[in-house]
Design a protein. Structure first.
Length: 429
RNA sequence: GGAGAGGUGGCCGAGUGGUUGAAGGCGCUGCUCUCGAAAAGCAGUAUGCGGGAAACCGUAUCGUGGGUUCAAAUCCCACCCUCUCCGCCA
């Protein structure tokens, strides 16, 4: 939720930026409702003040007091109605994009800001990951379809070992302060804490209210509601949903920041609206595993933390030696709570295109404001926390990239050097 | 699923109708003392909203919503959440 002050300071800009992100919000109406709410607040407070004065002085019922009480009931109701509408309208306003977020109409307008790595050259026609997987019996979607339907898979054999190797690799890197120092140094970022990540296995389900406060429940048809109606639970679509919300209604000490978590979780998405898209292989599944970074920082640390997260993502891709490019996502593509969004896409040689493997989301105070996650500074002022969320590594799509980039003529797949020690020294599968 | 207990400030914890926005303790901040630190003493220390240049003022908030009352943390109703025990269970 945006700070109303931002709207008051420059309503026209808020209106324009909202529209550029693809959200139609009636700012005039919002301000109108806000003024009405304040007017009714004054009426209510004035009546209450009179009422308080009377009950302080007198010790028994009086005609005046009774009349005030009736007026107060009406004033309270009137205020509540206006206040409800005000909050509802304010919630509809998306977070304002940072200054360097590109303009655009769709994801086609995302800007490539960096390319890294040498695209592999093959002296044979490179195969797709599903062709190679079939050869090894690594992926069984047909039987999964019988059991759970489309967009599910049995991942089998060496691919499972590869996944756990990736997980081990990332866990070790992000919990190691020396590694983080190295990443900071290479990135050239200043004033970043090298504080290691705390690994977490977060809840996979989330309450409706918390989901809404994260502003990630919508679009609802992308989510899975679970249990019966009274269960009030959803399956999360990213570890972000249950990590970012963990300090709901809490006050953190500024000196403890940044607080960094590395969550490992199986996530679920209905993939509504993507019928027929990415149906081959394991690119777009209803269920996928993900290592996710989440952090809570002061306002001052927020942006640099976001850039640090991207640096970590790049480091991991470089260590795995997967060619990639970095996209600065344009306004309509960064998401409602986002002030900035970066995607990293891995090169897929067989398909001659890039595949999104990472996202980095910078939310400023937008989520924390609704979650009531606050920070107490040394000077005793409380402010809303700044949240950052980013993919550390999505094993599924990363394995797709490894299979396709590391494939050999006979269909075997080399193991990236950094993963070999987690594969019992094996150099190929 | 059955039975019970409970939700109060950064934390712990008093408080069953009106000097309680809230005792006391811890923590934190400042000052005194000290070469310095510790200890001790004194003082301060919640948040939202609205108004104000500011000092400050008003108002709300003791899980949430509603009710009773001139007056509610305190009484009544509904709901939410947490915990404990039993049962079941990976």
């Amino acid at each position: 939720m945006l700070n109303i002050q931002v709207v008051l300071d420059d309503p026209e800009k808020v209106k324009q930026e909202s529209e550029k992100k693809g959200y139609k919000v009636d700012i005039e109406k919002l301000l109108e409702v806000y003024q009405l709410r304040n007017k009714r607040l004054h009426v209510r407070e004035d009546l209450k003040r009179k009422s308080n004065e009377i009950s302080k002085k007198s010790k028994g019922p009086s005609e005046e007091a009774k009349k005030l009480k009736e007026e107060l009931a009406i004033a309270r109701q009137a205020f509540r109605e206006a206040d409800d509408e005000y909050i509802q309208r304010l919630k509809e306003v998306p977070n304002m994009p940072a200054d360097d977020v590109p303009e655009g109409n769709s994801e086609a307008d995302n800007v490539v800001v960096k390319e890294w790595g040498n695209k592999p050259k093959f002296d044979f026609a490179p195969k797709t990951h599903w062709e190679i997987a079939e050869q090894h019996d690594w992926i069984d979607k047909e039987r999964a379809a019988k059991v759970a339907g489309t967009r599910f898979a049995y991942i089998k054999g060496d691919l499972v070992r590869l996944q756990f190797a990736l997980v081990q690799f990332v866990l070790e890197a992000l919990t190691n302060e020396e590694t983080l120092k190295k990443i900071i140094q290479n990135s050239g970022l200043k004033n970043v804490s090298p504080k290691p990540f705390i690994p977490v296995l977060p809840p996979a389900m989330i309450r409706t209210e918390v989901f809404k406060n994260m502003d990630r429940l919508e679009p609802q048809d992308e989510r899975y509601k679970v249990g019966s109606e009274e269960d009030d639970l959803w399956l999360q679509g990213s570890a972000e949903h249950t990590l970012g919300s963990m300090y709901t209604n809490e006050i953190l000490s500024a000196e403890d920041l940044p607080i960094r978590y590395l969550g490992y979780l199986t996530s679920f998405r209905r993939e509504a609206g993507s019928y027929g898209k990415d149906t081959e292989g394991i690119i777009r599944m209803h269920q996928f595993d993900k290592l996710e970074m989440e952090s809570f920082t002061t306002p001052e640390q927020g942006l640099i933390e976001h850039l640090f997260f991207v640096a970590i993502q790049e480091y991991l891709m470089q260590q795995l030696n997967i060619p990639y490019h970095v996209l600065n996502k344009c306004k309509p593509d960064i998401g409602k709570p986002n002030a900035r969004g970066i995607d990293i896409e891995a090169w897929l040689p067989s398909q001659n295109k890039y595949l999104e493997t990472h996202t980095a989301d910078y939310m400023t105070y937008y989520q924390a404001r609704r979650l009531h996650t606050r920070i107490k500074n040394k000077d005793e002022h409380t402010v809303f926390a700044y949240t950052n969320d980013a993919t550390a590594l999505a094993p599924g799509r990363t394995m797709v990239a490894i299979i396709e980039n590391y494939q050999q003529a006979d269909g075997s797949v080399e193991i990236p050097e950094v993963l070999q020690k987690y594969m019992g020294g094996q150099t190929e599968i």
